[in-house]
Design a protein around this ligand. Structure first.
Ligand SMILES: NC(=O)c1ccc[n+]([C@@H]2O[C@H](COP(=O)([O-])OP(=O)(O)OC[C@H]3O[C@@H](n4cnc5c(N)ncnc54)[C@H](O)[C@@H]3O)[C@@H](O)[C@H]2O)c1
Length: 418
């Protein structure tokens, strides 16, 4: 299935072209195909899941509202937002997502709800012709991902997946350098994420740190949720974003916290062109900026994706540090719908990432680290794995898994092969 072309995009909630802004229909922008459906700005947006990370979306929607690109028309939450949370803006609120899309005439929905709710909510919107920004990970299993992606494609709506690091202008720049041979032959890609999460993080919601809940998949582990961007960005720099680009996956899933899921894990993904090793933990001694490291015979590139910062080290070229700009994914979706900009993160381009999610879902339950391998940090109420920061960095450096690096706590871990 592919993303619908601009000619296939249909307006929401009906067959004909509706003026969604109340300002009268807009004309097609210069360069847009004459017969494309053009949605009028500002596009009416409903946000589902407005607390937690949804607060960031609320701020971002307000930012784009100030630019005249979108208009917040509805919030879907289990308990309505207060006036303070809405900063005085009057919008419709309902816990019934489908009814809210109908009553507000939304053109776009931003879905920032717990992972197991993604597919059903996305399909509710798609059936109503409402375009989507769907948070990552798109789904908790490959089957649910296919159900979502196929349903969205069949409904001919546009769906952007919320891997915001893939909006970084560093990604195409690094890809260009690689394909032009600027690093020589690429020998592999490493990824490193050493973050800290306190014990309250796993208690904030019933699905947090779970592999399954009430009989459905959740798969909320360090590589599939908090540091999923490291995996997705490494796959993007490898040019291996589609499901069929992945040939083998090996996982080592461990946990220091008293949770069902993993918090200290690594994965090796063999792709048709290369191999990628990503190591991550939420139990860092000294949390740092996550990064992706491209190794080549002629040099290497470090990409701190949250900062859009790149360090190029090439023999004969010295060091070059570059800071790139970034395209916001909701803004890109609006521009795709109204002006024909290329969509940055279509569902199919997260297929390889979803293969990793599926391998983690199918792997044996994470191994609990022995009590001597972790300690509770006084004052911070979080668990720390002494030495883990070094293993995370070494994995990205050498492409070796924790067990191959000799981490004593990883040696007995089962390794699953896809
Ligand atoms: N892109 C990123 O950087 C990033 C960062 C954090 C979280 N996320 C993703 O955002 C999503 C939400 O994560 P979170 O940590 O904020 O979760 P959370 O559980 O802390 O918050 C989810 C919110 O959704 C609401 N909610 C739950 N079910 C709902 C439903 N059926 N309809 C409407 N609202 C509902 C809850 O009341 C809550 O306010 C997840 O998919 C997560 O992976 C992405």
């Amino acid at each position: 299935m592919t993303t619908p072309s601009r000619q296939q995009i249909r307006p929401p909630h009906g067959d004909g072209l509706r003026d969604l802004s109340g300002d009268g229909p807009r004309t097609a922008p210069a360069g847009a195909p004459a017969d494309t459906t053009v949605l009028g700005l500002p596009l009416p947006v409903v946000l589902a899941g407005a607390r937690g990370h949804g607060r960031w979306h609320l701020d971002n929607i307000r930012r784009l509202q100030d630019k005249g690109l979108v208009r917040l028309v509805g919030v879907c939450e289990l308990t309505p937002l207060t006036e303070d949370e809405l900063a005085g803006q009057h919008v419709e609120q309902s816990a019934d997502f489908g009814a809210l899309l109908d009553s507000t005439g939304a053109a776009v929905a931003v879905i920032c709800t717990p992972i197991p709710t993604h597919t059903d909510l996305a399909l509710t919107a798609a059936r109503k012709g409402v375009h989507l920004l769907l948070e990552k990970p798109p789904a908790p299993s490959y089957a649910e991902f296919r159900r979502m992606a196929d349903g969205v494609a069949a409904a001919q709506v546009v769906c952007q997946i919320g891997f915001q690091s893939l909006g970084s202008h560093a990604v195409p720049a690094i890809r260009r350098l690689i394909t032009e041979g600027g690093l020589g032959r690429v020998t592999g890609i490493g990824g490193a994420g050493a973050w800290a999460r306190d014990e309250a993080y796993y208690r904030r919601a019933p699905w947090a740190g779970k592999r399954r809940l009430d009989g459905v998949d959740v798969v909320d582990g360090v590589l599939t949720n908090p540091l999923a961007h490291v995996v997705a960005t490494a796959l993007a720099l490898d040019g291996s974003t589609r499901a069929e680009d992945v040939t083998d996956i090996r996982t080592e899933l461990l946990r220091a916290n008293d949770i069902e899921s993993d918090d200290t894990s690594c994965v090796r993904v063999t792709t048709t062109g290369s191999r990628i090793t990503v190591a991550a933990t939420l139990c860092a001694e000294r949390p740092g900026e996550p990064y992706v490291l491209v190794h080549g015979t002629g040099g290497r590139i470090t990409f701190w994706y949250k900062q859009d910062r790149v360090l190029v080290q090439r023999s004969g070229h010295g060091l070059e540090e570059i800071e790139y700009g970034r395209t916001d994914l909701l803004e890109n979706l609006v521009e795709h719908l109204t002006g024909g900009a290329e969509l940055l993160v279509a569902p199919e381009s997260t297929g390889a990432f979803m293969k990793v999610v599926e391998a983690i879902r199918q792997a044996p339950d994470p191994i609990a680290l022995p009590p001597h391998a972790w300690e509770r940090l006084p004052g911070e109420n979080r668990r720390v794995v002494p030495g883990v920061d070094g293993f995370v960095a070494a994995a990205a450096d050498t492409l070796a898994l924790y067990s191959e690096l000799g981490a004593s706590w990883a040696l007995s871990n089962e390794v699953s092969t896809r």
